[in-house]
Design a protein around this ligand. Structure first.
Ligand SMILES: [Zn+2]
Ligand SMILES: [Zn+2]
Length: 358
């Protein structure tokens, strides 16, 4: 009898539930990790709603903290029992894209070429909302957790912190810059923290949810704007001597926030886009200054790999990044079916959920 385990499996629209499935097998370049804590991402909600396609039967989830259970024979420097995180994006380190430094778009060397190739877990391969998962390209992706850090303190480096902070990095935020972040969900809150870490002197967070606006201040926003109470573009202009912000970060993925970013940046400013867009995105003529405003539009997908994870965990360890405070709700893996609607519909003031296996 093959060993089995619990796993959250996608079966159709608003149907992700726990099934008993085969425990994954460990290939030579893989590792098997026993999950201790994981979470649900906005992208999982898109899958749950059938807005982002994964195959029927796919184990979902891509934000794991756990303990090494098996190490492939080609993998060096790790032992069974090591506590690790694995990023949502698992680059191989050896393909065309990785060798160009475009790790998130990794095409791998032993799996199929796909769109956003670097995102395997819970997408093109089985994910981590389970008792165990297989780590592809383990040598490049197992990041040991520094002593003294809890699962909840490090969990969000796997995706939302890496993604959010990357928006500020991609925009090359400079010391003394002004940065506005549209939407203060988990990714936007991380972008707010990233703008502060990169040296911005004015960080502005925009949302309408009071819980999120309050958390924005704790994550590094100097000013918060409730867009239902005042015009965010006008307010950003007012706060920046009429110029507009040096950088505007889009952290939602809809036309309105993208457009507000274009309207909020100064001439020759940078729009840094993180959102996963579900519909057509158009560039308005005026916001883009008829194509001659030197507006720079960039986009970023979550950087992964063990070195990225190490760097972010070192920020947590140094006390510069407090991610654990984003956990508002806790569930056992057995109850993940309840966690999906709560998180996806933003019920009960939820920011992030922690899902544990014990
Ligand atoms: Zn995610
Ligand atoms: Zn690669």
């Amino acid at each position: 009898m093959a060993e089995t385990m619990r796993a959250a499996v996608f079966r159709g629209k608003e149907d992700i539930h726990i099934e008993e499935v085969a425990k994954p097998e460990c290939g030579p370049t893989d590792a098997i990790v026993r999950v201790t804590t994981t979470t649900i991402c906005g992208t999982d909600s898109h899958i749950w709603r059938e807005e982002y396609p994964v195959s029927n039967g796919r184990i979902v989830g891509h934000e794991p903290v756990g303990v090494i259970d098996q190490v492939g024979e080609a993998v060096r420097g790790y032992e069974v029992g090591d506590r690790v995180v694995v990023g949502a994006i698992t680059p191989c380190g050896a393909c065309y894209f990785c060798q160009h430094g475009d790790f998130s778009q990794c095409a791998g060397y032993d799996d199929e070429w796909g769109l956003i190739g670097g995102w395997r877990l819970g997408n093109s391969a089985d994910g981590v909302q389970a008792d165990y998962f297989r780590v592809p390209y383990a040598q490049a992706n197992l990041a040991k957790i520094p002593d003294g850090l809890s699962d909840e303190e490090v969990m969000f480096v796997t995706d939302i912190a890496s993604t959010g902070i990357s928006a500020a990095e991609t925009a090359n935020v400079r010391i003394g810059d002004s940065v506005v972040v549209y939407a203060q969900g988990p990714i936007g809150l991380s972008a707010t923290a990233g703008a502060r870490l990169m040296g911005a002197s004015l960080v502005i967070g925009v949302d309408s949810n009071p819980v999120r606006l309050e958390m924005a201040k704790r994550m590094g926003a100097d000013v918060v704007i409730d867009y239902t109470q005042e015009d965010p573009v006008a307010k950003v202009k007012e706060l920046t001597d009429g110029r507009g912000a040096d950088v505007a970060i889009e952290a939602l993925g809809i036309q309105e926030t993208f457009e507000n970013c274009l309207k909020s940046v100064r001439p020759a400013g940078v729009v840094s886009s993180l959102g996963v867009y579900g519909d057509k995105v158009t560039v308005p003529l005026e916001g883009f200054v008829y194509g001659i405003g030197d507006i720079d539009i960039r986009s970023t997908l979550c950087p992964g790999g063990k070195e990225r994870m190490r760097a972010l965990m070192s920020m947590v360890q140094a006390g510069r990044l407090d991610l654990g405070q984003l956990v508002t709700h806790r569930f056992d893996l057995d109850d993940i079916e309840e966690a999906y609607p709560l998180f996806s519909n933003q019920e009960d003031g939820v920011l992030k959920v922690a899902i544990t296996t014990d």
